[in-house]
Ligand binder design. Sequence first.
Ligand SMILES: NC(=O)c1ccc[n+]([C@@H]2O[C@H](COP(=O)([O-])OP(=O)(O)OC[C@H]3O[C@@H](n4cnc5c(N)ncnc54)[C@H](OP(=O)(O)O)[C@@H]3O)[C@@H](O)[C@H]2O)c1
Length: 211
Amino acid sequence: MKIAVIGMGNVGGVLGRRWAGAGHEVTFGVRDPAKAEAIAKARASGTALASVGGAAAGAEVVVLAVPWPAVPAAIAEAGDLAGKVLLDCTNPLAPDLSGLELGTTTSGGERMAELAKGARVVKIFNTTGAANMEDPHYGDARATMLYAGDDSDAKAIAARLAADLGFEPVDLGPLSASRLLEPIALAWITLAIRQKLGPGFVFNLVRRPPA
Ligand SMILES: NC(=O)c1ccc[n+]([C@@H]2O[C@H](COP(=O)([O-])OP(=O)(O)OC[C@H]3O[C@@H](n4cnc5c(N)ncnc54)[C@H](OP(=O)(O)O)[C@@H]3O)[C@@H](O)[C@H]2O)c1
């Protein structure tokens, strides 16, 4: 698939490189495509580099992996996203990671859908750390990747892209279920950082075989 990854940091960098390795056509959308570090990173990962708008324009799937405060600017810069699949990896975190800036009655995912008019938003890749996106395997188990969205075709694409990385994708329901996904991210961050567990763990769905 033609994928634009907006943001080349911890999350975007890993997702873009790994999808390129899996055979997808990845273009990173960055604020400064002339930056030497970005050029070197793109070259090393077999990906292309463009402005945010340039990357989004040519893509079927746009992945947003920027800090929460940068979301409105990045969406505006991306241009017309109507009809595109928009994968929202962000979390509306308070700057000190102590809580979420919104939730319970709405979510970052729903805010994203308001900002990116007509985009088919799927909340995904927000509930675990970038190191687990690099390698989602724990022994024989695959890490669960929960996702939420209102468009079933967009969700099928998101699930396939998660499976391409080695995750077990699990549908949590409509986009409003982002209200559940974002606190899960906060619980993961709290364990990893405040409780000092580090990044080498996942929350997994473990099921009994059907009787
Ligand atoms: N880190 C994790 O393990 C993790 C896991 C799950 C979800 N998340 C969420 O994923 C998002 C990204 O996290 P991260 O850790 O990857 O952040 P990061 O390493 O700080 O990278 C952020 C990227 O966003 C870019 N950016 C900032 N403002 C931008 C704008 N206005 N337009 C376009 N690009 C912009 C930055 O580019 P410049 O070089 O131009 O600044 C940078 O490449 C956050 O919302 C975070 O909550 C993070």
